[in-house]
Design a binder for this molecule. Structure first.
Ligand SMILES: Cc1cc2nc3c(=O)[nH]c(=O)nc-3n(C[C@H](O)[C@H](O)[C@H](O)COP(=O)(O)O)c2cc1C
Length: 286
């Protein structure tokens, strides 16, 4: 299991960057756990207050020490990164570098054409001194972010979701590759996810080589504040490999990122939540 910290450069309640971060967390494999870190609660960095720091800084620094990687989604402010994000990077860099050796995926966004290119590269500039290794490819500059979401904060265009999935896959690979000699196949063998899943409108699914959906979990947002799982289907040839569980874990990760409850409305999901009491807090029954 790897743990990543999710940073959102914007403090705005309806931030597009925050919405993108939630989608990205929904695309993580089940062997990567995400924790959102709130940079808005951090008092401004002042060197005079170290080494003892202030309680918020100390808590943040101890959170950083538990992480393997960073997922940073940021808008561009005046061709650079927002102050709250820079403040967090400065606090995490002292008195010792709490980012040392971490890997990161940088996603920049803008309602404009350039997708926050300036912010993306200013942020990468700090990575050199902080010894953070970023995903190099794909580079993610999301333009026109004010047009990409539906009413549930899901991204409308499956090609955009597919592109973000490729960025998450590269990030996950970087998280798990501990030396240059580790091959991609070693990484794949270490992955706990039996199948690659695609996020579509109201479902996660896997298609076989013939293009048929062979594993699928469907959900809807019909009940305010909740995700309802309406079906979980795995074709007979794939049964017994833990795929149904993988499908439900995907929806659980999404529900956590979006702070929604889960209504299990199909037999598999019902029995999953009856057996796995660890998720009891998430479940809402009709
Ligand atoms: C102080 C400030 C500076 C900005 N500068 C830029 C900029 O340099 N480039 C850009 O593309 N957008 C700029 N914008 C517009 C932001 O990209 C836009 O407000 C975006 O929605 C903010 O991200 P959020 O939705 O995650 O809060 C700026 C916005 C603010 C508030």
């Amino acid at each position: 299991m790897k743990k990543i910290g999710v940073f959102v450069g914007s403090l705005r309640k309806e931030s597009y960057s925050k919405k993108i971060a939630k989608v990205l967390v929904s695309l993580l494999p089940s062997n990567v756990e995400a924790e959102f870190l709130d940079t808005g609660v951090l008092p401004l960095f002042n060197d005079d207050l170290d080494p003892n720091g202030v309680p918020e800084w100390n808590h943040f620094r101890s959170q950083l020490d538990t992480l393997d990687g960073l997922l940073i989604v940021t808008p561009e402010y005046n061709r650079s990164i927002p102050g709250a994000l820079k403040n967090a990077m400065d606090i995490g860099s002292r008195p010792k570098n709490h980012f040392n050796g971490q890997v990161a995926l940088v996603v920049s966004d803008s309602p404009g054409n350039a997708g926050g290119y300036g912010a993306n590269h200013h942020l990468r500039q700090t990575f050199t001194t902080l010894n953070i290794t970023p995903v190099q490819q794909p580079e993610v500059y999301l333009a026109h972010v004010n047009t990409i979401f539906d009413e549930h904060d899901m991204i409308k265009d499956e090609r955009t979701v597919g592109f973000l999935q490729s960025a998450i896959d590269a990030f996950t690979q970087l998280l798990y590759v501990t030396s240059l000699s580790t091959s991609v196949s070693d990484f794949l063998e270490n992955s706990t996810d039996p199948l690659s899943l695609t996020l579509g409108d109201g479902h996660y699914y896997h298609k076989n080589d013939a293009g048929d959906i062979v594993a699928e979990i469907k959900f809807n947002f019909d009940t305010p504040g909740a995700l309802t799982i309406t079906s979980t289907t795995v074709q007979p040839e794939l049964q017994g490999k833990g795929i149904a569980k993988q499908l439900v874990l995907k929806v659980i990760a999404m529900a956590k990122a979006y702070q929604l409850k889960i209504i299990p409305d199909c037999n598999y999901a019902k029995s999953f939540f009856e057996t796995n009491k660890d998720y009891a807090d998430l479940v809402q029954y009709r």
